[in-house]
Write a protein of this length. Structure first.
Length: 212
């Protein structure tokens, strides 16, 4: 049996199908350091492509199963992340040696302070790296449970369903789309990094303005 690479969307989907989507999205949505490097955006998009009628060479997935598993993984993972933050999230962040994790946690706090809980929890779902630490940070900051649950569920469902449906729509529009799956995943990776680049640019402008 070929080993499954959890960082590779095609490998996860080939081995586990829709259940693989649930597990990876659950981990990426709230398991802090453990879910930090998992391919949420690319996995959802690729799963949507493989649900389409033009997927010929790769195993077909059922759209309703992928949508359901993606939503459950996103919402349940976010809630578990919040609980982790409530019970020792700050200590866990303090012990990690990863600068990327610490930077993402700082940005998560800034996002919650800048936009308020509801807007931040929805926006944060669409930002790679940030979405993994956002829910534990919200728990550590004692965001009200009802407010957190409502808005993280809205953000989780929107993010997961939109990406799956985007892949599905493209898959139904391009013949033999699975032949181009790897290039498409690369495009999704680039696009998913744009919010981080825009945020970094804005932060640098604000820092220059304060110094000036």
């Amino acid at each position: 049996m070929t080993a499954v690479n959890p960082l590779n969307s095609a490998s996860v989907l080939a081995a586990f199908g829709a259940i693989g989507v649930l597990v990876v999205i659950f981990a990426e949505s709230g398991l802090l350091v453990f879910g930090f490097f998992l391919p949420g955006d690319t996995l959802l998009f690729a799963a949507g492509v493989l649900c389409a009628g033009s997927a010929q060479h790769a195993p077909r997935l059922a759209l309703w199963q992928v949508l359901l598993c993606a939503a459950v993984g996103a919402v349940a993972g976010g809630q578990v992340g919040y609980l982790i933050g409530q019970h020792g999230g700050r200590a866990l962040l303090a012990r990690t040696s990863s600068r990327r994790v610490k930077t993402a946690a700082t940005r998560a706090e800034q996002l919650l302070a800048r936009y308020g809980y509801g807007k931040a929890l929805v926006i944060g779902r669409f930002v790679p790296l940030l979405r993994t630490v956002l829910h534990p940070v919200a728990g550590a900051l004692a965001v009200p449970v009802r407010t957190f649950t409502r808005w993280q569920a809205v953000g989780g469902v929107l993010w997961s369903q939109l990406l799956v449906l985007a892949g599905y729509t493209l898959g139904n529009s391009v013949p033999h789309v699975d032949d181009y799956l790897l290039p498409l995943v690369a495009v999704v990776v680039v696009l998913s990094m744009l919010p981080l680049l825009f945020e970094a640019r804005r932060t640098r402008r604000e820092q220059r303005a304060r110094r000036g």
